[in-house]
Ligand binder design. Structure first.
Ligand code: SAH
Ligand code: SF4
Length: 439
């Protein structure tokens, strides 16, 4: 989400003549895009601001903070950081040029954190000029979140759900394909609760059928909104990539209840079973919070058991961090704060288990021939190529296939986080025939 927001900020600035520099030392404008999901991110922001203060003093660079911490702190951030020029929330990205004009012309310190309701809000678009040369691009499908998970600050910083009208999304995708984009990732805080004129499943099918699109991905989904129709879309449309990021948060029913996640483990598992039946081999990834208030060793073991049972491809797991204005933040003491040392120790056990599963999953690919969408040279060795499998596994391989092509790669080895191989004889796969869908 934040990578997407940063890209869109860069494009919004490019429209008024700004160009990226490789080093903050040479910048005339520095914007920190912030995340408020855990406390650590906020601490990092403050230390980064301290570093960039020197650039401001030396060459008069303008300094701004965007994103969820900006939305949360508003004018308080200007008071706290006297050398900060402007603060803007996630909804104000398209208005960045105007904010800068006010900062420069009126010599004003600006706070722009108003939320816009659906009719007024303009979704920032990926700019085909900036996307040229990219194989994969994000496309925003919706913003905000109407859920009330007790740990989460997102509804406070990103507001209510607003979906983008589907013709607008399809038009953006068509423009991206024209400049060479082959893979599109639809994003939203709760992307599968999309309601922009068609269902989310239908949106995926329609995006997949834009001529030239090779793969469609999406993130992030709530288990609650994983419909049968969406499972069906996975069954019928091969261009919907076989990867589902489905945050479970905990393996314990009691913890899920306090988290206000309105599903049981049984429901979660049955949805995964349906997905796996519709698309055998689909990779499942998840998010997990450890040390949620009141989490016992037994609750935590249920999370370990779930991780073993599902065999997630990977997971983003974190220690619970109390957030302002959230129910779990306020009730941490009442429900039972898990001591810091216990949280950290549990996280390490969970991550160790996940690392082993990920490693085994990747090792099982060795000697197979797999499909790879080529993104460009490998970062670690520019003589090799880099790409991703439909399951979103990273592959470094020997070959010469250009970015944007699909190749078959013979897997020769695996590491804890990626695959290695050789480009096989068959260079391009036959195109996938379009499937007609009911309008
Ligand atoms: N909309 C997504 C999640 C968005 S936030 C969903 O419903 O699953 C991304 C992840 O950050 C969450 O899945 C959660 O695992 C983590 N997270 C959110 N609040 C947190 C907190 N207070 N402490 C620790 N991790 C948190
Ligand atoms: Fe936060 Fe996701 Fe829950 Fe919304 S659904 S409140 S974004 S964790």
């Amino acid at each position: 989400m934040n990578v997407n927001d940063s890209l869109r900020m860069g494009e919004s600035l490019a429209r008024v003549g700004y160009r990226p520099t490789t080093s903050a030392e040479d910048a005339d404008l520095i914007i920190l895009n912030t995340c408020a999901i855990r406390e650590k991110a906020e601490d990092k922001m403050l230390s980064a601001l301290g570093r960039y203060r020197a650039v401001k003093l030396r060459r008069g660079a303008l300094l701004g903070v965007g994103g969820c911490v900006a939305q949360q702190e508003k004018a308080k951030l200007l008071a706290r950081v006297p050398y900060l020029d402007f603060v803007f929330g996630p909804d104000a990205i398209a208005r960045l040029p105007d904010i800068l004009r006010r900062v420069e012309m009126d010599r004003a310190r600006v706070v722009e954190t108003a939320w816009l309701e659906s009719e007024e809000y303009v979704f920032p678009r990926a700019d085909p000029n900036s996307s040229a040369g990219k194989v994969s691009e994000f496309v925003t499908a919706m913003k905000g979140c109407d859920n009330v998970c007790s740990f989460c600050v997102v509804p406070h910083t990103r507001g209510r759900e607003v979906s983008r009208a589907f013709p607008d999304i399809l038009q953006e995708v068509a423009g991206l394909v024209e400049v060479g984009v082959r893979e599109v990732t639809l994003i939203g805080q709760n992307v599968n609760s999309y309601r922009g004129g068609v269902s989310f499943a239908e949106l995926l099918l329609r995006v997949a059928q834009v001529p030239g699109v090779v793969r469609v991905r999406f993130t992030t989904s709530h288990p609650h909104d994983l419909s049968e129709e969406l499972v069906e879309a996975f069954r019928i449309e091969p261009r919907i990539a076989p990867h589902f990021h489905l945050p479970v948060q905990s393996g314990s029913e009691a913890v899920l209840k306090r988290m206000r996640r309105d599903y049981t483990i049984e429901m979660y598992l049955s949805k995964l079973a349906a997905l796996r039946a519709a698309r055998p081999g689909i990779a499942i990834t998840t998010d997990i919070i450890v040390g949620f208030p009141g989490e016992t060793e037994e609750d935590f073991r249920a999370t370990l058991d779930l991780t073993r049972a599902v065999r997630f491809e990977n997971q983003f797991s974190f220690c619970f961090s109390p957030r302002p204005r959230t129910v779990a933040g306020l009730k941490e003491a009442e429900w039972g704060e898990v001591p810091h040392g216990v949280k950290v120790e549990r996280l390490e056990r969970l991550q160790q288990l996940q690392r082993r599963i990920t490693e085994e999953t990747l090792a099982a690919e060795v000697r197979k021939r797999i499909e790879v969408l080529v993104e460009g040279p490998s970062r670690s060795n520019p003589l090799r190529r880099f790409g991703r499998t439909p399951e979103n596994r990273s592959v470094n391989f020997e070959g010469d296939a250009p970015a944007g092509s699909r190749v078959l790669v013979q897997v020769t080895g695996s590491s804890p986080s990626s695959l290695a191989g050789l480009q096989a004889d068959v260079v391009d796969l036959p195109p996938i025939p379009p499937i007609s869908i009911a309008a």
